[in-house]
Design a protein around this ligand. Structure first.
Ligand code: SF4
Length: 494
């Protein structure tokens, strides 16, 4: 998971891109980068760490120009090194590229590039895609590239580069600085655009538009390429048709609640999921004295659970705002230390109470296991856990850091591995066994059909039901899993 933002406007845009990236900081904390287009130059700055602490006046002075793109990175392919930071620059025809997502055939792309003796500088998966795109552009024309060249190159490139991606490219087309925004044919990763103050802004989430005062116009559609230029209407083209399958996990966990994605409020959807979860919990005829969210993601759902069940809502934890997000910390050691810093329980809220704790999901379960231990230390009478998503049973190959099945907690408690959501009986068995292992009085997941009720349209829910909108061959799965095993020594729960 990463975040991207691009702005084309009247003044120097890099400063606004830095602001937009700060609004997207929750999508990646490892590194960031900003590049601009200024005349014939493409200045570029990369930094490790948080955006707000990284860029100074000197960096901004180095990034003039009315077109800039930026990126915040969490590595799912490649390591968290500065050389893997985006955007990337290609000398011919002169372009900057940044993406959010995951290419599932990086090795195949690398082999194609080797045929042309093109060597790569990083292990980041967007670099080979960028090189292929640049090659296709140069095959069409040696200079003075047109918008039609870019569309043809896009089509030729992405018959070879498969994956889930939202991409920003900054380049000159028809002699004019152009911000090109591209979404994969299934629209798995998000991308929205808007305008305001004489600028167009494109970003992973609408909160980045809010931060720079742009008005949200809508999503870049699945399979669409949109070309933004100063003082012109956006040029919208469908470059490849596909079935829309936006990532449902964006709504559950990744996106900020104040974002709007695919026309829906993330906050509103988390509340709807909470209401459905309350109904599932009520069927078990259990009782609780209060509902407590694991902050911050679970708050809207927990509030809806409390409302629906007529149980008081309480803050049981105070979150340290200055600690990192544990899910996106790369090593187990980093995660462990981050959790101790991150959540401090309010002992009086737990003591002698029956608490219903609400959380978004169980992926590896390591953080959750420590959190439950922390609650147990406060002396509650009972701990019930309710999760507002179905069990995560399958890896994600589309840019979310859970790409090996062995690292997931829930599959260890499920006998069959047939596609589709678990049956009610299977889910109950999983809940019972996992609750016992976690030391809980009960565990309730959101049923799969409830997720479908909340999001009835097409979406990717492959990590819950194993149906991948973009097929991933066994060989590609092996490669992706190998890469992640090399990068991160996972701490497993059981
Ligand atoms: S597999 Fe899960 S996390 Fe990955 S894109 Fe699909 S819904 Fe999102």
């Amino acid at each position: 998971m990463c975040g991207i933002a691009g702005i084309i406007g009247t003044g120097d845009c890099a400063r606004e891109v830095a602001v937009a990236l700060q609004a997207l900081q929750h999508r990646g904390q490892d590194s960031s980068g900003i590049g601009s287009v200024c005349g014939e130059e493409f200045p570029l700055v990369h930094k490790l760490g948080l955006v707000g602490q990284s860029y100074g006046a000197e960096d901004m002075a180095h990034l003039p120009g009315p077109l800039a793109i930026g990126h915040v990175r969490y590595p799912t392919v490649g390591r968290g090194l500065l050389r893997d930071a985006q955007p990337f620059f290609h000398r011919q025809p002169g372009l900057l590229m940044a993406h959010n997502g995951n290419f599932i055939n990086v090795r195949e792309m690398q082999e194609v590039l080797r045929e042309d003796s093109i060597h790569l500088l990083s292990q980041c998966d967007v670099e080979p895609a960028m090189c292929l795109f640049a090659l296709e552009m140069m095959r069409r024309r040696r200079r003075d590239h047109t918008l039609e060249d870019a569309l043809a190159a896009l089509d030729a490139t992405f018959t070879r580069a498969a994956g889930a991606f939202s991409i920003l490219v900054a380049l000159k087309l028809d002699g004019i600085p152009t911000l090109m925004a591209v979404r994969d044919p299934n629209g798995i990763r998000p991308l929205v655009w808007g305008q305001g103050n004489g600028s167009f802004t494109v970003a992973s989430e609408s909160v980045a538009l809010d931060a720079v005062g742009a008005h949200l116009e809508g999503d870049v559609a699945p399979g669409e390429a949109v070309f933004f230029r100063r003082d012109q209407e956006p040029i919208r083209r469908t470059w490849r048709r596909g079935e829309a399958a936006p990532c449902i996990f964006e709504f559950i966990y990744f996106a900020r609640p104040d974002s709007t994605m695919n026309g829906r409020s993330v906050y509103g959807m988390r509340q709807d999921l909470g209401r459905e979860l309350a109904r599932a919990w009520a069927q078990k005829k259990l009782s609780a004295d209060l509902v407590v969210p694991i902050p911050d993601t679970a708050r809207p759902s927990a509030a809806a659970v409390a409302e629906e069940l007529h149980i008081p809502f309480r803050e049981g934890f105070i979150k340290n705002r200055y600690s990192g997000r544990t899910f996106i910390m790369a090593s187990p050691g980093e995660r462990q230390n981050a959790l101790r810093l991150k959540l401090n329980p309010i002992a009086s809220e737990f003591r002698d109470r029956r608490v219903l704790v609400v959380d978004d999901s169980i992926v590896r379960g390591t953080t959750l296991s420590r959190t439950i231990h922390l609650i147990r230390e406060q002396g509650p009478r009972e701990i019930h856990l309710a999760i507002y998503s179905p069990p995560v049973l399958y890896p994600c190959y589309y840019g979310i850091d859970m790409s090996t099945r062995e690292e997931l907690a829930a599959p260890r408690f499920v006998e069959s591995a047939t596609e589709g959501f678990l049956s009610e009986a299977e889910q109950r068995r999983l809940e019972h066994n996992l609750a016992a292992r976690l030391g809980l009085d009960s565990l309730t997941y959101l049923p799969g059909e409830a997720l479908r009720r909340v999001h009835p349209g097409g979406c990717c829910a492959a990590c819950f039901e194993g149906r991948y909108p973009l097929p991933v061959s066994d060989e590609r799965r092996r490669w992706i899993e190998e890469d992640r095993r090399c990068v991160v020594q996972r701490e497993l729960l059981f």
